[in-house]
Design a protein around this ligand. Structure first.
Ligand code: ZN
Length: 322
């Protein structure tokens, strides 16, 4: 008997074929774990849960069966919270391991090697996360405005080694405006990672097709995954890029998502209001792509049922299960 490829979800392993329609990049909660640990009364866990369920249920009403949630260390990863959202909504959630930092590393990791860091990730993938039997389904790292600093390179190499050791795929947060993608891919290649396992998230924050096709040429997946975050690129400009990439035949390497956070503690409420008023965040949700993006692209003739099958069903299971 041939073993079916499986994908680890917070509800347990599922056969890849069962994953279903998937949003590749959404957060059921995003908060600073240190602040939340030190000032717990500043956070309302029940309100967070209610918000997560509202948004995940809304996505489910559009046919979403699974959500890939790349909340890692420093984003308040909490797999028990994720499991509760998954169980109460009936939507599968795939959790990750890794470190979400743009440069800073705590002394704990600054004073340990790449291999020692990688051991932590491997444990999450092979044994379980945070003392549970929930296993991480992929690895996460990030490079942003500071670029690929020595600390960021270290995290990338550790993530790469954990991927080589376990076969787990990698999602790398990138910043096209700082040209991080090519260097991130270079590090993964140096470490022997199969580029087909790599997803360069936030590639859709630029409309520069030369840059984007440079990433695609490596064999990596790209995330057109921040619909609604007009502060980086407007929905209209994102659609122009998406339509052109589909026209050029790149559907097999594209992900479409929103990088939505059901709750996020980065800004006080009045600042969030300002972002919305200022048009920097527009109709951001877990359903924007179904309500505005896909209908527009379909009307233009740029998006077909076959594209949907490829981008929301085949690509997620192939990236996650190999
Ligand atoms: Zn994200």
């Amino acid at each position: 008997m041939i073993a079916m490829p499986t994908i680890q979800t917070v509800q347990g392993p599922v056969e890849a074929e069962e994953l279903g329609t998937t949003l590749i990049h959404e957060h059921v909660r995003f908060r600073d774990e240190a602040v939340a640990e030190q000032w717990p009364a500043r956070y309302d866990r029940e309100a967070e849960l209610a918000a997560a369920l509202d948004h995940v249920n809304a996505a489910a009403a559009h046919g979403v069966e699974a959500i890939v949630d790349p909340t890692a260390m420093f984003g308040g990863r909490d797999v028990e919270f994720m499991r509760r959202v998954a169980q109460e909504s009936g939507v599968k959630i795939v959790a990750c391991t890794g470190i979400y930092t743009y440069d800073y590393l705590p002394p704990y990791f600054a004073n340990r090697s790449e291999d020692q860091m990688a051991e932590h990730f491997v444990e999450d993938i092979e044994k379980g996360v945070q003392g549970t039997d929930i296993r991480a389904g992929f690895l996460k790292c990030a490079a942003d405005e500071p670029g690929v600093t020595p600390s960021i390179e270290k995290v990338h190499r550790a993530v790469a080694r954990a991927s080589v050791q376990t076969g787990a795929p990698i999602m790398a947060h990138s910043r096209p405006a700082s040209n991080t993608g090519p260097r991130q891919l270079e590090i993964f290649a140096e470490e022997g990672v199969d580029t087909e396992k790599v997803q360069i998230a936030h590639t859709g924050d630029t409309g520069d097709l030369g840059y984007i096709e440079g990433i695609l040429d490596s064999g990596a997946y790209i995330g057109l995954d921040r619909y609604g975050l007009d502060m980086f690129l407007s929905l209209e400009k994102r659609n122009t890029t998406t339509a052109e990439l589909l026209r050029r035949g790149h559907a097999e390497k594209i992900f479409i998502s929103q990088d939505f956070c059901a709750t996020i503690d980065w800004f006080p409420p009045e600042a969030v209001e300002g972002l919305v008023q200022g048009g920097l965040v527009r109709d951001w949700s877990m359903t924007l792509v179904f309500e505005q993006v896909l209908p527009t692209l379909r009307e233009e003739g740029a998006f077909t049922d076959e594209h949907f099958e490829q981008i929301f069903r085949r690509n997620p299971r192939r990236w996650l299960a190999g």
